[in-house]
Design a protein around this ligand. Structure first.
Ligand code: SME
Length: 165
């Protein structure tokens, strides 16, 4: 069973925390291939490792409705559906690019799910060149996410893209 030791975590840098999470994700995926179980555990791992994240979760492409539907997440109640091209999530999905927003008030069309959210990073989940979902992380602080978050979260999302395909 994978456990996150919170006391030990406080001594780790952000890079070290991500490295730990990536190893744990490998272990999770090796032992289970159920999509919901794995995505749920990935969000739990991220939220417990980065206890200062406000919200972390997946939005997955719903081909019948041609929009994004809320998937496993950790945090408070969130919007259930997001149109392609709308908000940070819909824009990242449409453009197949990671978006870092330092101040959500300055992102045109940003969708507020939680008024405490001040900055955000959204990483598209790509499979075979196609976007199939996004991973969204929110912070209660401005300009919270940087290149380190981008690099490691893209690596994490790469690891899970084939279980989502
Ligand atoms: N802020 C996102 C919506 C999702 S919530 O933050 C959980 C957006 O603008 O797409």
């Amino acid at each position: 069973m994978i456990e996150v030791d919170i006391n030990n975590l406080k001594l780790l840098s952000k890079k070290e925390r991500y490295t730990t999470v990536l190893k744990q994700v490998d272990a999770l995926l090796e032992n289970e291939n159920n999509v919901i179980a794995n995505l749920a555990n990935v969000t739990s791992l991220l939220k417990s490792t980065f206890d200062y994240y406000l919200w972390v979760g997946f939005y997955l492409y719903d081909k019948d409705k041609n929009n994004l539907v809320l998937g496993p997440f950790q945090g408070s109640l969130a919007c259930t559906r997001i149109e392609i091209g709308k908000g940070v999530c819909g824009t990242s999905f449409r453009d197949k690019e990671t978006i870092i927003v330092d101040d959500v008030n300055n992102f045109p069309g940003h969708i507020f799910c939680d008024s405490k959210s001040k900055s955000e990073i959204v990483i598209p989940v790509l499979y075979d060149g196609k976007a199939i979902g996004v991973l969204d992380v929110d912070s209660a602080e401005y300009a919270f996410f940087d290149e380190i978050d981008k690099i490691y979260l893209e690596e994490l999302v790469n690891k899970i893209s084939n279980i989502l395909s």
